[in-house]
Ligand binder design. Structure first.
Ligand SMILES: [Zn+2]
Length: 68
């Protein structure tokens, strides 16, 4: 499991890896930028197998993007 801690209501650059064997994306890493941390829980779902991806890295964006 990921031990990455997100602070709520901030934007991050997140790297997530598909860990679902048999998925066409298995083992590949994907960057989600910007990724909103919501209430401190970030869930990234694979677009192919619809399983949750493992979050392998997260960097707080500095400066935070302007949100209109
Ligand atoms: Zn997948």
């Amino acid at each position: 499991m990921s031990s990455i801690v997100f602070e709520p209501a901030l934007w991050y650059a997140v790297t997530a890896r598909d860990v679902t064997e048999g998925c066409v994306n298995y083992g590949q890493e994907f960057e989600v930028n910007p990724c909103y941390s919501n209430g401190g829980t970030v869930i990234i779902e694979c677009g192919r197998c619809h399983q949750l991806m493992e979050i392998v890295a997260a960097t707080l964006l500095n400066p935070q993007p302007e949100v209109s």
